[in-house]
Each structure stands twice: as C-alpha cells, then as structure tokens.
Design a protein around this ligand. Structure first.
Ligand code: SAH
Length: 405
C-alpha cells in the first residue's frame, strides 16, 4: 500500500473527522500510487490516520473513506450503501429521497438519489460519481445499488462541473436499460413533475423538502412570492397550505414551464403566476413601483410571505464579499415588500457563507430597510443530507424563517 505522509501538525483537522488531505499538507508520497489508487495516510510522526483515494489532478489530493485498514471493495461499498439506506428509513419518507450523501455517508464524491414515480409506481436511482476514486468503482457501485434496491432504472448525472476539478469528463446517460425520465413524484402529499435527465441537479432539490413543509403555519390567505422558484416547490406548498395567491419567479424558462405544469397538476393554476425573470430585476421593479422605492412602515406591503432560495452565490471563500452583497440586496428588497409581521424565508446554499455571516447579512439588510427582524426558526438541509461533524462542507444549506416588522 502506498503511503502519504503529512507535514508536521497537519493531522489535527483529520483527527477531528475531516476526510480531505490537501496537496499543500503533504510531505511526501511513497510507493508511486496510480491516480485514483488507495493510499494510507500517516502523520509526520507516522501515526496511521486512515485510508483514501489519491488524485494527483486535484487540490484535494486524498479523500479518506475509512479510519481503518480496509479497502473500498465490493463488500464495503455494499455495507456503506446499506447503512446509508437504513439511516434514511429512520429519518425520512423514503419514496423519493437522497440515499447517499457522499463524504457524510463515508462514500467520498458519491451521490445517490431515489425517485419514485407516483403515477407509474416505478422507482429510479440517479447517481453521481464526482471523484476519481468513485469513478473507478463505478461498476461495483452500480451492481451494489441494483442488488440493494432493484430499481426500475438508473440514470447517471455526471454532467457536473466539479468533475473537471477531478480531471473527469462531463457526461450523462442511462446505466442499463433506458426509461422515461420525465416522472411525477409525491412530496408532502403534493405532486411534482421531475425531469431526471434534463432537470437541475439530479432533477429536483430534495434538500428543501422539510423546509417547504415548514412554511405551513404562515400561508393562510397569504400573498406569497417564491423567488428562485425552480419548479415551484415552495409556491405549490404555500397554495396547498391556504395561500391566497403565489408568484413564482425563476430565470430558467424550463423551470417556469414546469412551474405551470405543477400548478395544473395540483389544481392551483388560477392562483399561481409564473414569471420568467431575473429576481434582482424583478424585486427592483416591484420596489420602485411603490413610493420612494419601498413600502412605508405600517402599510399593507405587497406580500405576506417571501421565500428567497438563490443558487450558491459564494462558490468559494474568494467570492464571499461579492456574494454577501448579492444576498444583502435580495434580502433588503424582499423585506421592503413584506407587510409588517410578514415572513421571510431566507436561504443560502453557499457552504462558504457560514451561519453567523448569513445572520449578519440579514441584520445589515434589515437596518438598511428600516425594519426589525425576529428569527422564528433556524432550519437546514433535510435530514437525508446529514451534517457530519468535523466536515463543515456538509453543512451547506441554511434556511432562516424570519418575521419582519
Ligand atoms: N426553490 C427551488 C430551488 C431553487 S434553486 C425549489 O424549491 O426547488 C435556484 C434557482 O434559481 C434555479 O432554478 C435557477 O434557475 C434560479 N436562478 C439562478 N439565478 C437566478 C436569477 N438571477 N434570477 C432568477 N432565478 C435565478
């Protein structure tokens, strides 16, 4: 087994559970491992830390998959997937859910989502192998998944830009027999069209499922804005929970087309307006229609509930400042449009933007908007995307439920 020795003092983060070794933390590599091969990682003084895959093409040089001396063979892949599945059966509704969440399930770079087509009673898996180590085990992974789940089909969504950082090409397609990838899933009792081959991510944002359900107490007769709506998950939930009207805004025409189909499907076509627009422009225009660019304190506002669920503005620490301004702008504009006592559900899926920075941004926005904020609830990604302590990257989605006065 080849060996990667760390520089002095570089083992602390890893001993506290972090599964990555960066290129600049390595003193030397012995044994000339091939790209994607298994290596033992040891501290400067020779203490064994774990075993992982090495990838010379990536800044994340080694990804640990175990703290023991085992290999990621067929049996271990199967065991990890079975444990991942058992966890889901305890914490979530499993018809449609995330089955494997990469490092947080001890499978670095492997994502598996399970989708049940509620109309045809079929179950499909969507798989992403985002690291070289996982890519090299693709066949065993697909076999293990078939053995464990007996899916009606598997689709690979490896058209994800992060793969190029691992030196992998972008591709997507069926693993095995083709099937109809336009399906209808059930979530919280509602129906949603999902496009497994062409939709964003693996087709649907499963990480927001619990947060969509969490807006229920604030929807009765509410005027709702679902900004960055994608296929309208929050808007449709709001209408099901008694909202008077919902507006969904997204920049993607495919997403907006699907919002309309989802409104039909759930019987809310008359109460939902779907707008293809840039949310920044949309909020700006709505705001400037009101006097002095905002709603005076005490007026009825334009909305009672606004959901802001933008894409990750901060892809890394270096873009954090620009991202902060982006988040602040949309939060400030949204606050100005809310009735007193209105609810702002403000999300950030940028891992680099941590919770305290995110709250600070909300307060900055409130001060500029001349409003006060109370936090009703602090929420996060759904439980099928568990947060692994010691690995901060696994806590990426923050969702603040805020009351704005
Ligand atoms: N709330 C959604 C997920 C949102 S993902 C759900 O519950 O499923 C972020 C969405 O923002 C994507 O659909 C993307 O198309 C959209 N988007 C990105 N930049 C945008 C912009 N400037 N204005 C409007 N939509 C944007």
């Amino acid at each position: 087994m080849s060996e990667v020795r760390l520089k002095k003092g570089e083992e602390d983060r890893i001993l506290r559970g972090h599964p990555w070794v960066y290129d600049n933390e390595i003193l030397k590599v012995e044994g000339n491992p091939s790209p994607g091969a298994e290596v033992d990682v040891v501290s400067f003084s020779g203490r064994f830390l774990g075993r992982g895959f090495i990838n010379p093409a990536s800044k994340i040089r080694v990804r640990l998959f175990t703290r023991g001396k085992e290999s990621l063979d067929r049996a271990l892949i199967r065991r990890r997937l079975r444990e991942a599945w058992e966890y889901r059966t305890r914490v979530t509704e499993t018809g449609t859910c995330r089955v494997a969440f990469a490092e947080a399930d001890g499978l670095p770079g492997l994502i598996v989502d399970r989708f049940t087509d509620a109309e045809r009673e079929r179950m499909y898996l969507v798989v992403q192998t985002l690291t070289l180590g996982m890519e090299l085990h693709r066949q065993e992974i697909l076999e293990a998944l078939t053995g464990l789940f007996h899916p009606d089909g598997i689709y690979e969504r490896n058209d994800v830009p992060v793969r190029s950082r691992e030196g992998l090409e972008l591709r997507k397609g069926f693993a095995g027999e083709p099937f109809e990838t336009g399906i209808v899933i059930r979530e919280n009792g509602l129906l949603f069209h999902v496009d497994l081959s062409g939709g964003q991510k693996t087709g649907y944002y499963l990480d927001q499922r619990e947060n969509r359900a969490a807006i229920a107490p604030f929807c009765r007769d509410a005027r709702v804005l679902d900004a960055f709506s994608h296929t309208g998950g929050f808007a449709i939930h709001a209408l099901a929970y008694g909202a008077a009207h919902a507006t969904a805004v997204d920049i993607s025409s495919d997403a907006i087309e699907t919002v309309k189909r989802n409104a039909e499907l759930n019987g809310f076509a008359e109460k939902l307006t779907a707008v293809e627009a840039n949310v920044f422009d949309y909020l700006h225009e709505l705001g400037s229609r009101e006097q002095d660019g905002g709603i005076p304190r005490g007026s009825a506002g334009v909305f009672d509930l606004i959901v802001l669920d933008p894409p990750a503005f901060a892809k890394s620490r270096s873009t954090l400042e620009a991202a902060y301004r982006g988040y602040k702008e949309i939060n400030l504009r949204a606050m100005k449009l809310l009735a007193p006592g209105g609810i702002l559900v403000s999300c950030s899926c940028s891992q680099a933007m941590d919770l305290s920075r995110f709250r600070e941004m909300v307060l900055d926005a409130a001060v500029d908007a001349g409003r006060t904020v109370r936090e009703v609830e602090l929420r996060r990604q759904a439980k099928d995307h568990p947060i692994l302590y010691g690995y901060e990257e696994s806590f990426y989605l923050k969702c603040l439920v805020l009351e704005i006065r």
